[in-house]
Design a binder for this molecule. Structure first.
Ligand SMILES: Nc1ncnc2c1ncn2[C@@H]1O[C@H](COP(=O)(O)OP(=O)(O)O)[C@@H](O)[C@H]1O
Ligand SMILES: [Mg+2]
Length: 256
């Protein structure tokens, strides 16, 4: 079994989709085979970051969870557009179709069907790491996916609402016995000292803080029009995300 890494947050807009997509891109660039699963079926976003051409999309993760296709039929190889080796990065988008989203909202979905197919997906696509981009907050589906993750990354902004919600997430992840839980601060304004934020988070949650990412104006300007690390590989912010990828993924080959 390869590694399942979930990126979660209590509140929306913390940067989960950007964090998971950029980490995946770095991992693929450094030689791993990865997939990003957009399990935010209620409010999908990853397809935009990867500029997935909608004409290519026959099936989505939403179709899969409703039993309309096999899991690998919802996987799209994004390597060519990122200029990396073929088969290095797959995206499993979720549907933007209004009927599908309404069905998810009204009925929920059978997440065990998804969890059970992780191994199949890893085998068929020969994956090293599966990145799960989640829906924020607490819901049954996210909890069940979290429970089968090897690593859970909790993304937090320096905001009291985030801290309180994340504290509950931390308790839940303990009960779910997730093997590794890490905290990642994001959107930290330059007026705040990263070292102080790191110490505060470590003390509050008792887990490793894998990074303190600033509110990056160039990222805000990009506005989800693409993947930051692919557009600006030499940018200091990309280097920070690479350092986080190295902490999270010890299976990455050594290098700069
Ligand atoms: N470190 C950052 N600095 C500035 N803007 C950011 C940063 N991280 C994310 N963003 C922006 O915040 C918005 C929400 O990010 P997104 O990854 O979609 O969050 P989520 O998936 O948690 O809802 C996007 O417009 C994104 O470009
Ligand atoms: Mg998102």
């Amino acid at each position: 079994m390869s590694h399942v890494l979930s990126v979660h947050s209590y509140r929306g807009g913390t940067g989960k989709s950007n964090v998971s997509a950029n980490l995946a891109c770095i991992a693929a660039t450094l030689g791993l085979r990865v997939a990003v699963l957009d399990t935010d079926l209620q409010s999908p976003g990853a397809h935009l970051l990867f500029n997935l051409d909608k004409d290519r999309v026959a099936f989505t993760l939403t179709d899969f969870v409703f039993g309309r296709c096999d899991v690998e039929e919802a996987a799209y190889d994004m390597s060519a557009s990122l200029g990396i080796e073929q088969g290095a990065l797959y995206l499993l988008p979720s549907s933007m179709n209004i009927e599908s989203i309404s069905k998810v909202l009204a009925e929920g979905y059978d997440v065990t069907r998804l969890n059970e197919q992780f191994a199949t997906l890893q085998d068929r696509l020969e994956l090293d790491v599966l990145f799960i981009d989640t829906h924020p907050g607490f819901n049954k589906e996210t909890m069940l996916t979290t429970a089968v993750s090897d690593t859970l990354v909790l993304v937090v902004r320096p905001d009291r609402q985030d801290y309180h919600g994340t504290a509950v997430m931390v308790e839940l992840s303990k009960r779910l016995r997730v093997p590794r839980v890490c905290v990642l601060a994001n959107k930290v304004v330059r007026a705040l000292d990263p070292g102080t934020i790191q110490a505060k988070l470590e003390e509050a949650f008792g887990y490793e803080v894998v990074g303190v990412l600033p509110f990056e104006e160039d990222m805000a300007v990009l506005g989800s029009e693409g993947l930051f690390v692919s557009r600006f590989p030499e940018h200091a912010f990309s280097k920070q995300i690479t350092a986080i990828a190295r902490k999270l993924l010890p299976m990455l080959p050594p290098g700069s």
